[in-house]
Design a protein around this ligand. Structure first.
Ligand code: SPD
Length: 365
Protein backbone atom coordinates (compact mmCIF):
# COMPACT_ATOMS: atom_id res chain seq x y z
CA UNK A 1 0.00 0.00 0.00
CA UNK A 2 1.39 3.36 -0.95
CA UNK A 3 1.84 6.00 1.68
CA UNK A 4 -1.59 5.64 3.25
CA UNK A 5 -2.46 2.38 4.86
CA UNK A 6 0.84 0.78 3.94
CA UNK A 7 1.26 -1.01 7.20
CA UNK A 8 -1.89 -2.98 6.62
CA UNK A 9 -0.30 -4.34 3.50
CA UNK A 10 2.87 -5.22 5.34
CA UNK A 11 0.74 -7.62 7.37
CA UNK A 12 -0.31 -9.36 4.21
CA UNK A 13 3.18 -9.52 2.85
CA UNK A 14 4.28 -11.09 6.08
CA UNK A 15 1.60 -13.74 5.80
CA UNK A 16 2.65 -14.49 2.26
CA UNK A 17 6.21 -14.82 3.50
CA UNK A 18 7.39 -12.24 0.97
CA UNK A 19 8.35 -9.31 3.14
CA UNK A 20 9.53 -11.44 5.96
CA UNK A 21 13.10 -12.00 5.09
CA UNK A 22 15.12 -9.02 6.15
CA UNK A 23 15.64 -6.30 8.72
CA UNK A 24 14.25 -3.59 6.47
CA UNK A 25 10.96 -5.42 6.11
CA UNK A 26 10.83 -6.09 9.85
CA UNK A 27 11.29 -2.41 10.63
CA UNK A 28 8.30 -1.51 8.45
CA UNK A 29 5.97 -3.95 10.19
CA UNK A 30 3.98 -2.69 13.19
CA UNK A 31 4.02 -4.75 16.36
CA UNK A 32 0.49 -6.10 15.89
CA UNK A 33 1.56 -7.66 12.63
CA UNK A 34 4.79 -9.01 14.07
CA UNK A 35 2.68 -10.81 16.63
CA UNK A 36 0.55 -12.24 13.84
CA UNK A 37 3.61 -13.67 12.16
CA UNK A 38 4.03 -16.07 15.02
CA UNK A 39 0.74 -17.63 13.99
CA UNK A 40 1.55 -18.30 10.34
CA UNK A 41 1.48 -22.02 9.70
CA UNK A 42 4.33 -23.64 7.85
CA UNK A 43 3.85 -25.28 4.48
CA UNK A 44 2.80 -28.54 6.08
CA UNK A 45 0.13 -27.01 8.27
CA UNK A 46 -2.91 -29.16 8.71
CA UNK A 47 -6.11 -27.93 7.07
CA UNK A 48 -8.75 -26.70 9.50
CA UNK A 49 -12.38 -26.17 8.87
CA UNK A 50 -13.82 -22.84 10.07
CA UNK A 51 -16.59 -24.82 11.76
CA UNK A 52 -15.12 -27.11 14.39
CA UNK A 53 -17.22 -29.11 16.85
CA UNK A 54 -20.28 -27.03 16.05
CA UNK A 55 -18.57 -23.65 16.54
CA UNK A 56 -17.46 -21.14 13.90
CA UNK A 57 -14.33 -19.20 14.78
CA UNK A 58 -13.36 -16.14 12.80
CA UNK A 59 -10.09 -16.79 11.04
CA UNK A 60 -8.28 -16.01 7.85
CA UNK A 61 -8.07 -18.41 4.96
CA UNK A 62 -4.98 -18.66 2.83
CA UNK A 63 -5.43 -20.25 -0.55
CA UNK A 64 -1.79 -19.98 -1.56
CA UNK A 65 -1.44 -23.70 -2.01
CA UNK A 66 -3.70 -24.86 -4.82
CA UNK A 67 -4.38 -28.19 -3.19
CA UNK A 68 -5.63 -26.95 0.14
CA UNK A 69 -6.87 -23.98 2.10
CA UNK A 70 -5.45 -23.33 5.52
CA UNK A 71 -7.00 -21.18 8.22
CA UNK A 72 -5.11 -19.34 10.88
CA UNK A 73 -5.21 -16.49 13.28
CA UNK A 74 -6.20 -13.37 11.38
CA UNK A 75 -3.35 -10.85 11.18
CA UNK A 76 -5.87 -8.03 11.37
CA UNK A 77 -6.74 -9.11 14.91
CA UNK A 78 -3.94 -11.36 16.17
CA UNK A 79 -4.45 -13.29 19.37
CA UNK A 80 -8.23 -13.30 19.31
CA UNK A 81 -11.01 -15.10 17.48
CA UNK A 82 -14.69 -14.51 18.01
CA UNK A 83 -16.78 -17.70 17.95
CA UNK A 84 -20.43 -18.37 17.18
CA UNK A 85 -22.31 -21.59 17.84
CA UNK A 86 -23.46 -23.10 14.53
CA UNK A 87 -26.89 -24.70 14.31
CA UNK A 88 -26.63 -25.54 10.62
CA UNK A 89 -24.28 -24.86 7.73
CA UNK A 90 -26.52 -23.61 4.90
CA UNK A 91 -24.03 -22.95 2.13
CA UNK A 92 -20.34 -23.35 1.36
CA UNK A 93 -18.87 -22.25 -1.95
CA UNK A 94 -15.81 -20.81 -3.57
CA UNK A 95 -16.01 -17.93 -6.04
CA UNK A 96 -13.19 -16.59 -8.21
CA UNK A 97 -12.36 -14.23 -5.36
CA UNK A 98 -13.13 -15.81 -2.03
CA UNK A 99 -14.73 -18.53 0.03
CA UNK A 100 -18.35 -17.99 0.90
CA UNK A 101 -20.03 -19.55 3.90
CA UNK A 102 -23.55 -19.12 5.26
CA UNK A 103 -24.68 -20.70 8.48
CA UNK A 104 -27.54 -20.48 10.94
CA UNK A 105 -26.12 -19.43 14.28
CA UNK A 106 -27.64 -20.06 17.66
CA UNK A 107 -27.44 -16.46 18.83
CA UNK A 108 -27.35 -14.08 15.83
CA UNK A 109 -29.54 -15.67 13.13
CA UNK A 110 -28.04 -16.36 9.72
CA UNK A 111 -24.41 -15.34 9.22
CA UNK A 112 -22.53 -14.47 6.01
CA UNK A 113 -18.80 -15.22 6.10
CA UNK A 114 -16.25 -14.38 3.39
CA UNK A 115 -12.78 -15.91 3.54
CA UNK A 116 -13.36 -16.87 7.16
CA UNK A 117 -14.46 -13.37 8.23
CA UNK A 118 -17.96 -12.45 9.42
CA UNK A 119 -19.54 -9.90 7.08
CA UNK A 120 -22.95 -9.72 8.67
CA UNK A 121 -25.43 -11.45 10.90
CA UNK A 122 -29.20 -11.04 10.78
CA UNK A 123 -29.30 -9.75 14.32
CA UNK A 124 -26.77 -6.91 14.19
CA UNK A 125 -26.46 -6.02 10.48
CA UNK A 126 -28.79 -3.06 11.03
CA UNK A 127 -26.13 -1.12 12.93
CA UNK A 128 -23.51 -1.30 10.20
CA UNK A 129 -25.74 -0.81 7.15
CA UNK A 130 -27.79 1.99 8.66
CA UNK A 131 -24.77 3.93 9.91
CA UNK A 132 -22.61 3.59 6.78
CA UNK A 133 -25.54 4.76 4.62
CA UNK A 134 -27.24 7.46 6.68
CA UNK A 135 -24.20 9.21 8.14
CA UNK A 136 -23.16 10.46 4.68
CA UNK A 137 -26.64 10.85 3.18
CA UNK A 138 -28.00 12.80 6.13
CA UNK A 139 -24.98 15.08 6.08
CA UNK A 140 -25.78 16.71 2.73
CA UNK A 141 -29.01 18.28 1.51
CA UNK A 142 -30.99 16.24 -1.01
CA UNK A 143 -28.51 13.61 -2.26
CA UNK A 144 -29.37 12.49 -5.80
CA UNK A 145 -26.59 10.35 -7.18
CA UNK A 146 -25.00 7.66 -5.00
CA UNK A 147 -22.39 4.97 -5.63
CA UNK A 148 -21.88 1.88 -3.48
CA UNK A 149 -18.56 0.09 -3.78
CA UNK A 150 -18.84 -3.52 -2.62
CA UNK A 151 -22.04 -4.05 -0.64
CA UNK A 152 -23.07 -7.11 -2.69
CA UNK A 153 -25.39 -8.34 0.06
CA UNK A 154 -27.72 -5.40 -0.71
CA UNK A 155 -28.10 -4.12 2.85
CA UNK A 156 -26.62 -0.70 2.13
CA UNK A 157 -28.86 -0.37 -0.94
CA UNK A 158 -31.87 -1.08 1.28
CA UNK A 159 -30.86 1.82 3.51
CA UNK A 160 -30.11 4.26 0.67
CA UNK A 161 -33.60 3.55 -0.72
CA UNK A 162 -35.12 5.33 2.28
CA UNK A 163 -33.92 8.63 0.77
CA UNK A 164 -36.56 9.74 -1.71
CA UNK A 165 -34.30 12.51 -3.07
CA UNK A 166 -31.96 9.85 -4.50
CA UNK A 167 -32.45 9.29 -8.23
CA UNK A 168 -29.56 6.97 -9.14
CA UNK A 169 -27.92 4.26 -7.04
CA UNK A 170 -24.96 2.64 -8.79
CA UNK A 171 -23.41 -0.37 -7.13
CA UNK A 172 -20.14 -1.97 -8.17
CA UNK A 173 -19.57 -5.39 -6.58
CA UNK A 174 -16.79 -7.64 -7.78
CA UNK A 175 -18.21 -10.98 -6.68
CA UNK A 176 -21.44 -12.20 -8.28
CA UNK A 177 -21.58 -15.09 -5.82
CA UNK A 178 -22.07 -12.69 -2.89
CA UNK A 179 -25.11 -11.18 -4.62
CA UNK A 180 -26.59 -14.58 -5.46
CA UNK A 181 -26.03 -15.97 -1.99
CA UNK A 182 -27.60 -12.89 -0.41
CA UNK A 183 -30.65 -13.18 -2.67
CA UNK A 184 -31.06 -16.79 -1.58
CA UNK A 185 -30.33 -16.58 2.15
CA UNK A 186 -30.70 -12.91 3.15
CA UNK A 187 -33.88 -11.60 1.49
CA UNK A 188 -34.15 -8.80 4.07
CA UNK A 189 -30.90 -7.38 2.74
CA UNK A 190 -31.14 -8.36 -0.92
CA UNK A 191 -34.44 -6.48 -1.06
CA UNK A 192 -32.17 -3.50 -1.71
CA UNK A 193 -31.61 -4.73 -5.27
CA UNK A 194 -35.33 -4.47 -6.04
CA UNK A 195 -35.32 -0.68 -6.03
CA UNK A 196 -35.67 0.53 -9.65
CA UNK A 197 -33.12 3.28 -8.98
CA UNK A 198 -30.42 0.62 -8.46
CA UNK A 199 -28.02 -0.11 -11.33
CA UNK A 200 -25.83 -3.14 -10.68
CA UNK A 201 -22.32 -3.37 -12.13
CA UNK A 202 -20.50 -6.60 -11.46
CA UNK A 203 -16.80 -5.88 -11.73
CA UNK A 204 -13.73 -4.22 -10.36
CA UNK A 205 -14.51 -0.93 -8.61
CA UNK A 206 -11.11 0.54 -9.45
CA UNK A 207 -11.84 0.08 -13.14
CA UNK A 208 -15.43 1.29 -12.73
CA UNK A 209 -14.31 4.48 -11.03
CA UNK A 210 -11.65 5.14 -13.61
CA UNK A 211 -14.38 5.25 -16.25
CA UNK A 212 -16.91 7.19 -14.14
CA UNK A 213 -17.56 10.80 -15.22
CA UNK A 214 -15.72 13.29 -13.03
CA UNK A 215 -17.92 14.77 -10.29
CA UNK A 216 -20.82 12.37 -10.98
CA UNK A 217 -21.70 11.43 -7.40
CA UNK A 218 -23.08 13.33 -4.43
CA UNK A 219 -22.09 10.45 -2.17
CA UNK A 220 -19.97 7.31 -2.36
CA UNK A 221 -20.20 4.52 0.20
CA UNK A 222 -17.40 1.98 0.35
CA UNK A 223 -18.83 -1.15 1.96
CA UNK A 224 -15.83 -3.38 1.57
CA UNK A 225 -14.51 -6.40 3.36
CA UNK A 226 -11.27 -6.09 5.33
CA UNK A 227 -8.16 -5.01 3.41
CA UNK A 228 -6.78 -8.48 2.86
CA UNK A 229 -7.55 -10.37 -0.35
CA UNK A 230 -9.82 -8.75 -2.95
CA UNK A 231 -10.42 -5.58 -0.91
CA UNK A 232 -6.75 -4.76 -0.42
CA UNK A 233 -6.62 -2.03 -3.06
CA UNK A 234 -9.56 -0.26 -1.50
CA UNK A 235 -7.51 1.35 1.27
CA UNK A 236 -4.70 2.52 -0.98
CA UNK A 237 -4.03 6.14 -1.90
CA UNK A 238 -4.70 5.76 -5.66
CA UNK A 239 -8.13 4.37 -4.87
CA UNK A 240 -9.00 7.36 -2.69
CA UNK A 241 -7.88 9.59 -5.54
CA UNK A 242 -10.28 7.92 -7.95
CA UNK A 243 -13.07 8.21 -5.36
CA UNK A 244 -12.41 11.93 -4.94
CA UNK A 245 -12.42 12.43 -8.70
CA UNK A 246 -15.85 10.81 -9.00
CA UNK A 247 -17.37 13.05 -6.30
CA UNK A 248 -18.79 16.48 -7.04
CA UNK A 249 -17.35 19.42 -5.04
CA UNK A 250 -18.76 19.11 -1.51
CA UNK A 251 -19.70 15.46 -2.21
CA UNK A 252 -19.16 12.93 0.58
CA UNK A 253 -17.44 9.60 1.04
CA UNK A 254 -18.17 7.10 3.81
CA UNK A 255 -15.67 4.29 4.02
CA UNK A 256 -15.62 1.24 6.31
CA UNK A 257 -12.70 1.97 8.64
CA UNK A 258 -12.13 -1.00 10.92
CA UNK A 259 -11.86 -1.01 14.70
CA UNK A 260 -10.41 1.70 16.89
CA UNK A 261 -9.34 -1.00 19.37
CA UNK A 262 -7.29 -2.89 16.81
CA UNK A 263 -6.28 -0.68 13.90
CA UNK A 264 -5.21 2.76 15.06
CA UNK A 265 -2.27 2.78 12.63
CA UNK A 266 -4.58 1.99 9.71
CA UNK A 267 -7.05 4.67 10.81
CA UNK A 268 -4.24 7.21 11.18
CA UNK A 269 -2.92 6.41 7.70
CA UNK A 270 -6.35 6.56 6.07
CA UNK A 271 -7.08 9.91 7.70
CA UNK A 272 -3.77 11.43 6.62
CA UNK A 273 -4.24 10.27 3.03
CA UNK A 274 -7.85 11.47 2.92
CA UNK A 275 -7.03 14.89 4.38
CA UNK A 276 -4.49 15.34 1.63
CA UNK A 277 -6.83 14.19 -1.13
CA UNK A 278 -10.32 15.37 -0.21
CA UNK A 279 -9.42 18.74 1.31
CA UNK A 280 -12.87 19.19 2.94
CA UNK A 281 -13.83 17.73 6.33
CA UNK A 282 -12.45 14.37 7.41
CA UNK A 283 -13.85 12.60 10.47
CA UNK A 284 -14.02 9.22 12.13
CA UNK A 285 -17.26 7.79 13.53
CA UNK A 286 -17.99 4.41 15.07
CA UNK A 287 -20.76 2.04 16.03
CA UNK A 288 -21.21 -1.06 18.11
CA UNK A 289 -21.51 -4.26 16.05
CA UNK A 290 -21.14 -7.21 18.43
CA UNK A 291 -20.09 -9.76 15.80
CA UNK A 292 -17.24 -7.70 14.31
CA UNK A 293 -13.78 -8.05 15.87
CA UNK A 294 -13.63 -6.13 19.17
CA UNK A 295 -17.36 -5.42 18.85
CA UNK A 296 -17.06 -2.08 17.08
CA UNK A 297 -16.59 -0.82 13.55
CA UNK A 298 -15.50 2.58 12.30
CA UNK A 299 -16.46 4.83 9.41
CA UNK A 300 -14.19 7.34 7.78
CA UNK A 301 -16.19 10.23 6.35
CA UNK A 302 -14.72 12.84 4.03
CA UNK A 303 -16.09 15.70 2.01
CA UNK A 304 -14.48 16.94 -1.15
CA UNK A 305 -13.41 20.56 -1.30
CA UNK A 306 -16.44 22.69 -2.14
CA UNK A 307 -19.57 23.58 -0.17
CA UNK A 308 -18.62 22.80 3.47
CA UNK A 309 -20.10 19.72 5.15
CA UNK A 310 -20.74 19.56 8.89
CA UNK A 311 -20.79 15.81 9.46
CA UNK A 312 -21.44 16.13 13.18
CA UNK A 313 -24.82 17.84 12.82
CA UNK A 314 -26.97 16.22 10.11
CA UNK A 315 -28.37 18.88 7.82
CA UNK A 316 -30.75 16.34 6.26
CA UNK A 317 -32.13 14.56 9.36
CA UNK A 318 -33.78 11.20 8.73
CA UNK A 319 -36.64 12.08 11.08
CA UNK A 320 -37.65 14.91 8.70
CA UNK A 321 -37.70 12.70 5.58
CA UNK A 322 -41.27 11.58 5.10
CA UNK A 323 -41.68 7.83 5.50
CA UNK A 324 -37.92 7.19 5.65
CA UNK A 325 -37.87 5.66 9.13
CA UNK A 326 -40.48 3.05 8.14
CA UNK A 327 -39.59 2.47 4.47
CA UNK A 328 -39.59 -1.32 3.79
CA UNK A 329 -38.78 -1.94 7.44
CA UNK A 330 -38.31 0.23 10.54
CA UNK A 331 -34.93 1.71 11.28
CA UNK A 332 -33.41 -0.26 14.14
CA UNK A 333 -30.22 1.57 15.03
CA UNK A 334 -29.77 4.93 13.32
CA UNK A 335 -31.25 8.23 14.44
CA UNK A 336 -29.96 11.80 14.45
CA UNK A 337 -28.82 11.55 18.05
CA UNK A 338 -26.69 8.47 17.42
CA UNK A 339 -25.37 10.13 14.25
CA UNK A 340 -23.80 12.97 16.25
CA UNK A 341 -22.80 10.71 19.13
CA UNK A 342 -20.88 8.43 16.75
CA UNK A 343 -18.27 11.15 16.32
CA UNK A 344 -17.44 11.31 20.03
CA UNK A 345 -14.08 9.58 20.35
CA UNK A 346 -12.44 7.95 23.35
CA UNK A 347 -9.39 9.65 24.80
CA UNK A 348 -6.98 6.88 23.80
CA UNK A 349 -7.99 7.23 20.15
CA UNK A 350 -7.50 10.99 20.12
CA UNK A 351 -4.09 10.41 21.65
CA UNK A 352 -3.05 7.63 19.27
CA UNK A 353 -4.43 9.23 16.13
CA UNK A 354 -3.17 12.79 16.37
CA UNK A 355 -4.67 13.80 13.02
CA UNK A 356 -8.13 13.44 14.59
CA UNK A 357 -7.24 16.51 16.67
CA UNK A 358 -5.99 18.43 13.66
CA UNK A 359 -8.39 21.20 12.85
CA UNK A 360 -6.52 22.46 9.79
CA UNK A 361 -9.27 21.14 7.53
CA UNK A 362 -12.85 20.80 8.65
CA UNK A 363 -13.64 20.59 12.32
CA UNK A 364 -11.41 19.35 15.07
CA UNK A 365 -12.75 16.15 16.51
N1 SPD B 1 -14.49 -7.14 9.75
C1 SPD B 1 -15.67 -7.18 8.92
C2 SPD B 1 -15.95 -5.93 8.18
C3 SPD B 1 -17.04 -6.17 7.20
C4 SPD B 1 -17.46 -4.98 6.48
N2 SPD B 1 -18.39 -5.25 5.39
C5 SPD B 1 -19.61 -5.82 5.76
C6 SPD B 1 -20.56 -5.95 4.63
C7 SPD B 1 -21.96 -5.72 5.04
N3 SPD B 1 -22.75 -5.13 4.04
Amino acid sequence: MEGGAGRGLECQKTMDGKANNGDAADRAIPSCCLKARACVPDADAKCHSTVVSGWFSESHSCSGNASKTVYFNNPMWPGEAHSLKVNKVLYKGKSDYQEVLVFESEAYGKVLVLDGIVQLTEKDECAYQEMIAHIPLCSIPSPKSVLVVGGGDGGVLREISRHSSVEVIDICEIDRMVIDVSKKFFPDLAVGFEDPRVKLHVGDAVEFLRLAPEGKYDAIIVDSSDPVGPAQELVEKPFFETLARALRPGGVLCNMAESMWLHTHLIQDMISVCREIFKGSVHYAWASVPTYPSGVIGFLVCSKEGPPVDFLNPVNPIEKLEGAEQYKRELRFYNSEIHSAAFALPTFLRREVPSLRDSSTGHAQ
